[in-house]
Design a protein around this ligand. Sequence first.
Ligand code: HEM
Length: 412
Amino acid sequence: MLQEGIFYQQGSTPGKHWGLLFIRVKSDANAEEIYKALNPLWSILQKLKTGAINDLPTITLPTPPSGLQVTIGYGKNIFARTGIKKKLPGEITQANFRPPLATGGGKVLLASGLSYAETITKNPATEDIALQFISDSELLTYRCYMESYKFIAGEKDNELFPFELVKFYSGFQREDRRSWIDFHDGISNLKSGDERLDAIRIKENNTEGEQWTIGGTFLAFMRIEVNIDTWIKLDRITQELLVGRDKLSGCPLENIVNNRPVTVSKCPFAGTASIIDQASNGEYPNKDFFETPKTSDALVLTSHVQRANHHREPISHRDSLRIFRQGYEFFEVSDNNPKVKIGLNFVSFQDTPERLIRILTQDTWLGGVNFGGSDNNQTIDNSILKIWGAGIYILPPANDMNKIPGYELFEG
Ligand code: HEM
């Protein structure tokens, strides 16, 4: 059973606000010490679901109807701590991000066109423990961070306490279903229900020592800044060719005629202006066009959407390279130039990180390109996206014993 916070089921809608907290375990801490500190932290977060916090013993705080969903993941470092009962899953070793260069920047993967920001010398997203918070209340996702902070800061003088807070990222959903580059996003994702589950659930296997991971998944995270100054300088046709969709309607491109991109026929459906318009009965008249078409047009094939999905089946097979994306936008303001830093907290779930790593590195997929576009047009493309942090975490399955997912690392 997958943990909460992964919205793959039919009819389940992710909360509007998101947070991801990275916790480092001190290098000399052992499994017993880690578990002893993790249990009270986990219980603080569980109590927040009912509006209870330790510092206000008789008070119940309001909680959003959507509730709070807390997900825990473990990064590769924790498996090296003394006394940890499980070995690092092989998939994490084989498919993982590179560290930034000591001088700053550098590629996130050797064959990828994505690089770290030049000022990044340490990747803040590769820590021992990652906690994801999702709710409809911005306050509640921040409160998860604050209560974790209070708990960890309260133990500052305790040398035996194993945790340090490293980084917290937050993000939000957009009601207009468009990303910061103004194009529709999240339109072509796996269908909820079996399709998503097939791509993300770690399947039954015979790998010795890894049976505890079955029914769990892997989370991949990248904090991706969009260079908006570069993007807004591109004309509409160039942007559409990079994305692979019409900018206004969101309809997918099929081919190019007279140097102009042409969308799949009959999209948008008569009487609608955009792919996500809903009829009065709640139906989506354009739903057949959510999925991008199979096309043989060489230029359309170089677009982001076509590179990111080659329509391979079955989805349950790792070679399909299908992933379930559940990202949230971010927005930061600065007094210095550039005055805004915007982008996407890219989050994907998959039964093996190999699916994502291959999308990002293989030729004709996103390999070598920064966002999309043809290989010989990389001067336009190569500075649109910048990475501020990237990490891969194993999310062990949930259990019905009221234990922290991944308790097997510490018990037994
Ligand atoms: C800030 C960075 C990014 C932006 C702004 C962005 C934007 C978009 C947009 C506008 C679409 C079209 C809407 C849709 O079909 O859902 C899309 C689709 C997609 N993107 Fe991205 N993307 C970003 C990064 C990535 C990365 C790093 C990956 C890595 C795998 C990725 C994978 C995909 C996939 C799989 C699709 C759906 C393709 C399909 O099934 O048709 N995106 N993205």
